[in-house]
Write a protein that binds this ligand. Structure first.
Ligand SMILES: [Zn+2]
Length: 539
């Protein structure tokens, strides 16, 4: 059997595979904020990026290695193909981390060898030991993946794994790259690798999988029963196509059903020992942060983190839950960090109260960011009586976006109603640092605002998604707007929150445009916008 570290190791790849979701691209500050939250969540490994892919990826992995990895913190890992320049770039970027890992991979299925790599099996058998030992020259901790393992010839797969381990790989990862396998097949594959690779006891067996048939989490749980001890997953299950296995679902399945999974760890069924090191109370916050920063909205009925995951609608269920929660609930919402605690922050709360609450929520802001957050808090408190934790999170998570912005929103005014043509006036500080104002008509207030912004910014694009949801309940709730735009086949998202959804939409649109401009490498000249200064009037 493969090596058993005594628990299931959680390898988070939100920043690598998750970031490959269409439109989910993150800037350096956003990646750092997510990595810091992943460390609080208690994942074992953070796959921070693919350093050879671009200078931006390299810089982000390096920054995370400097600031997030610690002796007690997660291992910082980078991905590299099985080639020397790739592995070298990976080694350089992760070098500042106290605990670091190189993850290198090559495809092992015939279909990938023939059509993608154009290499023979014999060539792969030469490359694997060469590249694993090359990686081992930089770091002690090396992970090797057989890409498309689930569709590979078994005897060839065993041979490749054996070679990788004898060349120094400490972790062997088995990906279901195309999301094709089923739970019993995948479980058998893991069992067969355990049985047929002679030196398998020297490495931890890991799994990676995609959700094309909606089976990724089920496949992983079956793999755990068969000896897999590392799960590669992402927050909210984001990733290529239908996404990766969702971290929160895996964690809660292993938590809620721990007495079911415990016997597979050789422990008594009722043993209270947790099966992972993840702090479940951090799940909700991690999910919201990733959703806000990537612009990937979580569907309301998504397990664990969807808005309805803990809502009871039918009278019979509500009655049961009121009498005893266990009648219809398998998870206490507090376990995943969901609380409806109304905190007593309001108009009269001072800076130190706001700072203390933000610290409790896990946000450790520098002076400048705290000033900015406090200004936004004050502005919101003028319009909303009670400020909840969710409101504070919405304020701060938007602040992480776009530290330097080319376009700055100065003013939004809309008039609309049953007898009026929706008309928007907007003022933007743009490329030449001049304030410009434009007025546009539209089919609705948001349409009018977007048309006015388009005429000022002159950045043609296609608006492909516009979604609004309320942060909390109540008529004065903050509205969160997520916008996705497309240009030249690339997607960019923008996110913003305000008690006025039209203002939030304008700001979200500007945020998306700023990301588009930043991605094209055009230099930004302005400091971050300050929503508190935006005047608004909408009807
Ligand atoms: Zn993948």
């Amino acid at each position: 059997m493969a090596k058993d570290p005594g628990r299931v190791l959680i390898f988070d790849t939100t920043l690598r595979d998750g970031e490959q979701s269409p439109g989910a691209s993150l800037n350096l500050e956003e990646k750092l904020a997510i990595a810091q939250q992943l460390a609080r969540l208690g994942v074992d490994v953070i796959e921070a990026g693919f350093p050879f892919a671009s200078p931006g990826d390299f810089a982000a992995v390096q920054k995370i290695a400097e600031q997030v990895g610690g002796e007690e913190g997660p291992i910082i890992c980078g991905l590299s193909r099985a080639s020397k320049p790739d592995i070298k770039a990976c080694a350089d970027s992760i070098s500042p981390a106290p605990k670091k890992r190189i993850h290198t991979f090559i495809a092992t299925s015939d279909i990938h060898l023939e059509h993608k790599l154009r290499k023979t099996r014999k060539e792969v058998l030469d490359i694997v030991p060469d590249m694993v030992s090359y990686a081992k020259g930089f770091v002690e901790d090396v992970e090797f993946s057989c890409e498309d393992a689930a569709r590979s010839d078994l005897d060839f797969l065993y041979e490749v794994i054996e070679l990788a381990i004898s060349s120094g790989a400490n972790t062997i990862n088995i990906p279901d790259t195309v999301g094709y396998t089923t739970p019993s097949e995948f479980g058998d594959l893991i069992l067969n690798i355990n049985k047929n690779v002679p030196n398998i006891s020297e490495a931890v067996l890991s799994v990676h999988g995609h959700n094309d048939l909606g089976l990724a989490v089920a496949n992983f749980l079956e793999a755990v029963k068969n000896g897999a001890r590392q799960l590669e997953c992402t927050i909210n299950g984001i990733g290529e196509r239908a996404g990766n296995a969702a971290l929160e679902e895996l964690i809660m399945a292993l938590h809620v059903r721990r007495s079911y999974f415990n016997p597979f760890f050789g422990r008594p069924p009722e043993s209270p020992t947790p099966l992972t090191a993840v702090r479940t109370e951090e799940i909700t916050k991690s999910s919201r942060l990733v959703s806000n920063l990537t612009g990937m909205v979580v569907q309301p009925n998504k397990a664990i983190v969807g808005a309805n995951a803990f809502a009871h609608e039918s009278g019979i269920h509500q009655d049961g839950v009121l009498k005893n929660r266990l009648t219809y609930e398998i998870i206490d919402a507090k376990t995943v960090g969901l609380s409806d605690n109304k905190i007593s922050l309001g108009k009269l709360s001072g800076r130190s109260a706001v700072r203390a609450r933000l610290e409790d929520l896990g946000y450790d802001l520098n002076r400048e960011d705290l000033n900015d957050a406090f200004a936004r808090f004050k502005d919101l408190a003028d319009r909303k009586r009670e400020i909840t934790d969710r409101d504070l999170e919405a304020i701060v998570s938007e602040q992480v976006q776009l530290p330097e912005a080319l376009f700055q929103l100065k003013l939004v005014q809309v008039s609309c109603g049953t007898s009026l043509m929706p008309t928007a006036t907007v003022t933007v500080v743009g490329k030449d640092e001049e304030e410009k104002t434009s007025v546009s008509l539209g089919t609705g207030p948001v349409d009018a605002v977007v048309r006015a912004l388009d005429s000022l910014t002159e950045e043609p694009n296609e608006l492909i998604e516009f979604s609004v949801k309320s942060v909390t309940e109540g008529i004065d709730a903050l509205g969160e707007v997520t916008i996705r735009i497309r240009r030249d086949g690339k997607l960019f998202s923008g996110h913003s929150a305000d008690t006025d959804v039209v203002v939030a939409a304008a700001q979200a649109y500007i945020n998306a445009l700023n990301r588009l401009v930043a991605a094209e490498g055009r230099n930004s000249i302005h400091p971050q916008h300050d929503l508190a200064k935006v005047n608004k009037k909408s009807g």
